[in-house]
Design a protein around this ligand. Structure first.
Ligand code: GRF
Length: 216
């Protein structure tokens, strides 16, 4: 099996990045993590990646306008030979031009069941809205933030007494299972896009693409 070369973009703690690196260490996994690129030099994820033997780089936008920042990012990605980009807590908005250059090759994980709660503070907003089911989504990236064809979602119950922190922790545990699952589907070619429609080989997309977490 020829593994797909994947670069992970981070800005912070990198726990989702770590889950992808761990999955990719399995010989039967369809992707290799060839680079971790952070927009911030202080990102905790950089040390985790280095400890796992993955090549790391910092591409900061300090002093750069958006086109120059994205050109620098693009150059790093091309140097790494990346075929797929996974955003994992990457806190920079990518322009339509960048997304177009990498169209259908950028994945993102978002801590809500999209299209509910795009943007920040998803757990606080889920609690305020009183939803009883919350979760996370891995989707292809489009120019609109937290939009794009959904590859997989994982759901958790919202429990009475939850705070944003307890809910976030429950969702994060599912994120760490969901992202490797979704990247595996894409990298192996089992999940494919035609236009904005996702098909998954060998199963009903809706059956395998949902990863439900049991109530604790
Ligand atoms: C995760 O909750 C992810 O869904 C969101 O940002 C957070 C990043 O956490 N996009 P980590 O850096 O992966 O630990």
């Amino acid at each position: 099996m020829k593994k797909k070369r994947v670069a992970v973009l981070i800005s912070g703690r990198g726990s989702n990045m770590a889950s992808l690196i761990e999955a990719a260490a399995r010989p039967d996994y369809a992707a290799d993590i060839v680079a971790v690129i952070s927009s911030r030099s202080e990102a905790g994820g950089l040390a985790l990646a280095a400890a796992a033997g993955v090549s790391t780089a910092v591409v900061s936008d300090k002093g750069l306008d958006k086109p120059s920042f994205e050109a620098a990012l693009d150059a790093r990605l091309r140097d790494s030979g990346a075929e797929i980009i996974c955003l994992a807590g990457f806190m920079k908005l990518l322009s339509a031009a960048f997304v177009d250059r990498w169209l259908d090759r950028i994945l993102n994980i978002h801590p809500s069941l999209l299209p509910a709660f795009p943007g920040l503070h998803t757990h606080e907003r889920a609690l305020a809205a009183g939803v009883k089911v919350h979760g996370c989504t891995v989707h292809y990236v489009r120019a609109v933030v937290d939009d794009g064809p959904i590859i997989a979602q994982g759901a958790v119950p919202v429990l009475s007494g939850d705070t944003a922190d307890t809910l976030a922790a429950r969702v994060l545990a599912v994120e760490h299972r969901l992202y490797p699952h979704a990247l595996g589907l894409v990298a192996s070619g089992r999940a494919r896009l035609s236009g904005d429609r996702l098909t998954v080989d060998g199963l009903a997309a809706t059956a395998d693409a949902v990863l439900m977490s049991p109530a604790p």
